[in-house]
Design a protein around this ligand. Structure first.
Ligand code: HMG
Length: 385
């Protein structure tokens, strides 16, 4: 039985900054091209001060239910994957359940393992639907990626949410059962309680990411008993967790080099590059990043095929799995108009960005969607405009 992603919707905040302008503003005599070439990021999505993981999730889920005309009575689970949670106990998904009107008989929870938690939630939902435990599930991945002002990680921020509906006979991508895994304990990136921003060892994070990608791919090859180069050849799209475009590019070439894979350059343009277009304009959306990259690849896809997906979560864990892209997936994703929406965003100056993002000040807006109305005793009240 085919089970996978039947509907997908991305909510990206309506503000952005030009990463080149940020690099120039922080250059202090250095050549900004240095960091720009290192990350390959063009734009970064910036949320308003009244947006959080719940408002972005609710916007994504509501948008998905409306766009796909979904029968909400069939939804029996909603899971939120995030690493930007503001509560150690209450699941952000509970707020979302109420805001989008899901029934009381819905399983509601939140999951964590850095950027990989969305993938774990997705694979769990696929298994539950496949086993006949539930009819369909919503997995929503939502994050605000915030680093220390002036750090080298600042050029790789971003914000947004991606909601997916997991169901039988999916219209977008059927997830295949075998997965490869590679996990090991490493201090590349973590955010202990009380820290607003993560503690990051940039170089170690790049090294761990590449090791994990190679490990999970080798484990997958071992499980399906195929040669790794043959698998690379057979994939039509190769999609990576994309904290910044150059990370995906480096990981792909490292993987190919390790395997002495001859067609790497030619296949990069066709199989990997299309997935980097939307992420290069949004930035890192942590848990949602791989699924935004998937949307980017499908937006430019003109035919069905097999997609390989690499998920990485710092700390660390990683998964490699595959999916069969459905015949009309490209048309469906294009009907969302994600790239057009990105072009309609408001560009902030670096000064406005610092005010709204770091100082949490309000700026004038014509925002439409869910917003945080108040926080009383730690409990959040939401409304919509
Ligand atoms: P790095 O290599 O540690 O950065 O991390 P750096 O501080 O050494 O800076 C690199 C160079 O850029 C330096 O030059 C800086 O001076 C220069 P060098 O000393 O080498 O000559 N530089 C500039 N030059 C000109 N103008 C400027 C400027 N700013 C800096 N304005 C990294 C670099 C790209 C990784 C950084 O962006 C970073 O730490 N990002 C966050 C971590 C990350 O994304 N890692 C990717 C893999 S881990 C992952 O994907 C998981 C993640 O999504 C989280 C999760 O799973 O939850 C992050």
């Amino acid at each position: 039985m085919n089970v996978g992603i039947d509907a997908l919707y991305a909510y990206i905040p309506g503000n952005y900054i030009d990463v080149r302008q940020l690099a120039i503003a922080r250059a202090e005599g250095r050549d900004p091209l240095k960091i720009l070439n290192l990350v390959g990021q063009k734009e970064m999505a910036i949320p308003f001060n009244f947006e959080d993981i719940v408002t972005m999730s609710a916007n994504a889920v509501k948008g998905m239910l409306e766009h796909f005309n979904t029968d909400v009575s069939q939804i029996e689970r909603i899971v939120m994957a995030t690493e930007s949670s503001f509560d150690f106990s209450k699941a952000g998904a509970s707020y979302v359940q109420e805001l989008v009107g899901l029934k009381k008989e819905t399983e509601v929870y939140e999951v964590k393992h850095a950027c990989a938690s969305g993938t774990y939630a997705l694979l769990d939902a696929v298994n539950a639907v496949r086993a006949g435990e539930i009819k369909s599930a919503v997995v929503v991945m939502s994050d605000i990626c915030r680093y220390e002002r002036g750090s080298s990680a600042e050029y790789t921020q971003g914000a947004g949410a991606v909601a997916v509906l997991v169901a039988k006979n999916p219209r977008i991508i059927a997830i295949e059962p075998k997965t490869g895994t590679c996990s090991f304990n490493v201090a590349d990136f973590y955010r202990p309680a009380g820290c607003e921003t993560p503690i990051v060892d940039g170089k170690l994070s790049i090294e761990s990411y590449i090791n994990a990608v190679q490990g999970s791919f080798a484990d997958y090859a071992h499980k399906i008993m195929l040669n790794e180069s043959e698998i690379l050849e057979r994939l039509d799209n190769i999609i990576f967790h994309t904290p910044f475009p150059k990370m995906a590019e480096r990981a792909y070439f490292a993987l190919c080099k390790n395997l002495n894979y001859a067609n790497s350059e030619r296949h990069f343009e066709k199989k990997v590059k299309p997935s980097l277009s939307i992420p290069s304009r949004v930035g890192n959306v942590y848990t949602a990043s791989l699924y935004l990259a998937l949307a980017s690849a499908l937006e430019s896809a003109d035919r069905e095929g097999i997609a390989g997906l690499f998920s990485y979560g710092s700390g660390c864990t990683s998964k490699f799995f595959t999916g069969i892209v459905m015949p009309y997936a490209g048309n469906i994703i294009r009907s969302l108009g994600i790239s057009k929406q990105l072009s309609a965003r408001r560009k902030l100056s670096i000064e406005e960005y610092e005010r709204v993002f770091y100082d949490q000040d309000s700026i004038d807006n014509d925002y439409r969607g869910f917003k945080v109305k108040s926080i009383k005793n730690g409990y959040r009240e939401y409304g919509s405009v």
